[in-house]
Design a protein around this ligand. Structure first.
Ligand code: COA
Length: 212
């Protein structure tokens, strides 16, 4: 009689990680993840400004683009980080922003950069995800629909690359960002720490509905 072979939980987990890492590797090997998503190349904002989106790997960014990214992040977030348990560590932040696997979605209007998202294809809790590390707009460019357009673009990039979901971390004391992500239907991720952990951030996510 043939003996049934049952896979252990550890074997199933290892198999999931192998599949996830192949998908992440494949996504990272694409030159421009935005190329085929033509609906996301251009956006006309609520005040009729025409905005272009570009997607590049960190290694293909010009030094002046990186300087603008650091400066905008510092301007938008330094005070919030200082209020949180994380504190503001400029050197560590710059290192994170320039790690080799960082991708950037950059919004420009009339040749001027006005917003960016730093994202990565990654394995999180044994599944393949698009992790949105940052979404930062210049102050004058907010509440015109651009943030929503950029998140929709990241969701399309995730789906196109067979990532299971878009995941992000948000400070609990950033009500503007929380209202924004809740409005876009982001929900508490399974990896969100329990209240007993006492952390001052939340992990939110949105499933890729095309994922089977
Ligand atoms: C958060 C941020 C990316 C949102 O982008 P945005 O282009 O301003 O947002 P949108 O115009 O696409 O807003 C979509 C919806 O989100 C909600 N929303 C956005 N900003 C909001 C705010 N300040 N207060 C309450 N709700 C808000 C609204 O429901 C809005 O729809 P509406 O304008 O039709 O009412 C932008 O405000 C920003 O760059 N903030 C500073 C950096 C930051 O905190 N980033 C998040 C880090 S995790």
């Amino acid at each position: 009689m043939k003996r049934k072979t049952h896979k252990t939980r550890r074997q199933i987990q290892a198999q999931k990680v192998t599949i996830a890492s192949k998908l992440v590797q494949k996504a990272n090997s694409v030159f421009n993840p935005l190329e085929t998503l033509v609906h996301f190349h251009e956006y006309t904002s609520k005040d009729c400004a025409v905005i272009q989106l570009d997607c590049k790997r960190v290694t293909n960014l010009l030094p002046e683009t990186l300087t603008w990214i650091f400066n905008l992040l510092e301007l938008n977030m330094k005070a919030r980080y200082e209020q949180s348990n994380w504190g503001w560590n400029k050197i560590a932040k710059e290192a994170e922003l320039t790690e080799n696997n960082a991708w950037y979605l950059i919004a420009s209007s009339e040749g001027k950069m006005i917003g960016f998202s730093h994202f990565r294809f990654d394995i999180d809790n044994a599944v393949e995800v698009l992790y949105c590390y940052e979404l930062q707009l210049e102050a004058l460019e907010r509440r015109k629909g651009l943030g929503r357009f950029m998140m929709n673009c990241l969701e399309a990039i995730a789906a196109n690359n067979k990532m299971q979901k878009v995941v992000l971390t948000v400070h609990k004391h950033n009500p503007m960002a929380l209202s924004f992500f809740y409005k876009l239907n982001y929900k508490m991720d399974v990896t969100n720490p329990p209240p007993s952990d006492g952390v001052d951030y939340m992990i939110l996510s949105k499933q890729n509905l095309q994922h089977v």
